[in-house]
Design a protein around this ligand. Structure first.
Ligand code: ZN
Ligand code: ZN
Length: 259
């Protein structure tokens, strides 16, 4: 299927963006126009929870992210549909970097449930794949039941020093376990993100997505771009999607012009 939306784009406002001078909303929109995108969504990292203090990395990425982004966007004219969202975090079961009330003020929220490489995040019992995966499933279930997310960003993808451990995690889960987990997402009307950067990392992403589809989940696409090359890499998902059987009917309406 043809990819015409990208709901996971970071700008210079995200601390992890290294190409800050290139990654402006203006440049991102102009590349999206060239790529033939119909909808794009900005998803900078966000921590605004008044009850849980942000770690040092997250501290500058508070709710002012959204104000600054909207100021930038106010001067740009484009035919591309532009949504303002964020990538928020599950710190541990029941602990989130964003409140439900703030989430409602945005067009959408991508919630990560696997950024466990960050400081002060709840940790698994050990780094054994099954312990890690059970911890990530708990984080996922807590996330989808929180009333916060529109979609779960890159399920089971690990980053930073844990990056290499993404491989082999999904194979420790049975199809029944995956189906049951995604059924909870479907019941809560939370979509699953198909993330171009994460698909390249994991050993069994096809099985992950086919089980989510079987459970009736809707999907969003995201490049997780932190620079122009990452934004272009979204289109690399097309051959992967052909293997999963995901079609236009499986896409979250919000991503393709609906609410
Ligand atoms: Zn992420
Ligand atoms: Zn991201």
């Amino acid at each position: 299927m043809k990819i015409e939306h990208d709901l996971h784009i970071h700008t210079y406002l995200s601390s992890c963006c290294v190409e800050k001078e290139l990654q402006t909303p203006k440049n991102i929109i102009s590349l999206a126009e060239k790529m033939g995108m119909k909808t794009i969504g900005f998803a900078d990292h966000l921590w605004m929870s008044p009850s849980i203090p942000a770690n040092d990395w997250y501290k500058p990425q508070d709710e002012n992210q959204i104000t600054r982004l909207k100021q930038n966007l106010s001067t740009i004219k484009t035919g591309v549909r532009v949504l303002v969202g964020c990538e928020a975090d599950t710190i541990g079961p029941g602990k989130f970097s964003i409140t439900k009330e703030f989430a409602k003020t945005l067009d959408y929220v991508l919630l990560s449930c696997s950024h466990i490489h960050l400081d002060n995040f709840d940790q698994p019992k050990s780094l054994a794949p099954r312990d890690m995966v059970e911890h990530l499933v708990k984080m996922f279930l807590s996330g989808v039941e929180s009333g916060i997310p529109t979609a779960i960003a890159h399920p089971f993808a690990l980053f930073g020093p844990l990056h290499g451990r993404s491989d082999g995690l999904i194979s420790t889960l049975s199809d029944t376990e995956l189906f049951d987990m995604f059924s909870v997402a479907e019941k809560n009307k939370v979509a699953i993100e198909i993330n171009a950067a994460a698909v390249a990392l994991r050993s069994e992403p096809v099985r992950l997505i086919t089980n989510a589809k079987k459970a009736g989940c809707k999907f969003t696409f995201g490049s997780d771009a932190h620079g122009p090359a990452g934004q272009r890499a979204l289109l690399n998902l097309e051959p992967f999607l052909n293997k999963t059987g995901v079609t236009e009917d499986d896409i979250l309406p919000l991503a393709i012009g609906g609410k």
